[in-house]
Write a protein that binds this ligand. Structure first.
Ligand code: PLP
Length: 382
């Protein structure tokens, strides 16, 4: 039968790859409630606990009162408000770059940048573990895509040596499923040596890494010359919604004119831009959130090492426990849920086959007791 929806679903079920949504009844936070009960959650990317911060909520409420709910049009027609514009200027200043451009989501920002800059005959080089949106951006561009070995600047250099013409090197800043950092100094040096342009997607580093929350670029002490195209998302550490690209004046003007996922979509609600302006202030003023997060990460890694758990080389709030096969990862996730702890099992195709894992993420809203409870529970189950 053509398509055979049910057949495809049955196959997913048999492979332990069927995915289901949880219907959540509580606001974003480390305590999560659904119809089955209340849980301690280590699932969200709200690393700094800003999604439910009173000042961010108040800014969104005031923004809705001033601007209404919808923006009513795309940025190029009449949807670009002074709230969006102010946020772009504040983000550019925060990143130390001439301009920033808001996108409705990080997924769209990545698709938009890669496909606006590259086309048939150009080259896009991607880390093997790049986020799906970066890979999809490459496909949309119709450029020639090559994937280099994870975080391997030598493999990248070997591939770059065989490329001529426009070449874009693309990497996650913090790898979303492993938590490790891209080796930015080496990537930037290699790209520069081969006349290629470097684009970094710092979805998980922005707000979290660096003394001021400037992300992986600040963490490594680099500048806009080293990483000419920087993508940041606002739905993770910033606790709101949307994304931005930061870079040169010419880059941003070209994106405004060429990036289809920018041009052909409704602008974010201005109230969301107002909420993000409030959270950008908190990212800068409440540095204790980053310190607290780091101390929870250290506590977890020490405890997990004592238990002999198999940790990855991650200095970030993403701390995956690799289980291996899909069924075992699912089973452990279910056992944790029975013990009152939510951690989703991440399975292929999100991660490579044979590396199904529990992706544990921490927030500055977790307490030391929460981390101790997680460690105690893992001790009984693993
Ligand atoms: C989450 C994520 C995105 C997508 O951002 P959204 O704003 O959620 O669409 C892009 N890149 C990486 C690495 C991510 O983890």
């Amino acid at each position: 039968m053509a398509f055979d929806f049910q057949g495809q679903l049955n196959a997913l079920q048999q492979q332990h790859r069927y995915r289901r949504r949880r219907v959540v009844d509580s606001a974003c936070g480390v305590r999560l409630r659904d119809a089955s009960g209340e849980y301690l959650s280590f699932n969200s990317n709200d690393y700094l606990g800003l999604a439910n911060h009173p000042e961010v909520i108040a800014a969104m409420q005031a923004g809705a009162a001033r601007w209404g709910v919808g923006s009513g049009a795309s940025h190029l027609i009449s949807g670009h408000s002074s709230a969006h514009h102010a946020l772009e200027e504040e983000l550019a200043a925060f990143c130390g770059r001439p301009r920033a451009l808001l996108f409705s989501t990080g997924y769209m920002a990545n698709m938009g940048v890669i496909a606006a800059l590259c086309g048939r005959g150009d080259h896009v080089l991607e880390d093997r573990l790049n986020h799906a949106s970066l890979l999809d951006g490459g496909l949309l561009s119709q450029a020639r895509i090559q994937r280099y070995r994870h975080n391997d600047a030598d493999d990248l250099a070997a591939k770059l040596a065989k490329c001529s013409g426009n070449t874009l090197v693309v990497s996650d800043g913090v790898f979303s499923m492993d938590g490790d950092l891209a080796n930015l100094p080496a990537l930037s040096q290699t790209a520069r040596a081969h006349n290629a342009l470097l684009m970094i997607d710092d979805a998980h580093g922005f707000g979290v890494l660096g003394q001021h929350g400037g992300g992986c670029v600040e963490h490594f002490g680099l500048t806009g010359d080293d990483v000419p195209i920087l993508v940041g998302t606002l739905g993770k550490a910033f606790g709101t919604f949307g994304a931005f690209v930061a870079g040169s004046e010419e880059l941003i003007e070209l994106l405004i004119n060429r990036a289809r996922p920018y041009i052909y979509t409704t602008a974010l609600p201005p109230a969301v831009a107002e909420a993000t302006r409030a959270s950008l202030k908190l990212v800068q003023t409440e540095s204790w959130r980053r310190d607290k997060l780091q101390s929870l990460i250290t506590q977890f890694r020490r405890g997990a090492q004592q238990l002999g758990l198999n940790l990855m080389d991650s200095p970030t709030p993403i701390q995956p426990l690799i289980i291996g096969d899909d069924a075992s990862a699912l089973k452990l996730s279910e056992q944790l849920q029975t013990a009152g702890i939510l951690i989703s099992a991440i399975r292929p195709p999100t991660v490579p086959a044979g590396t199904a894992r529990l992706r544990i993420t921490f927030s500055s809203d977790h307490s030391e007791q929460d981390v101790a409870r997680l460690l105690n529970t893992l001790e009984t189950l693993v």
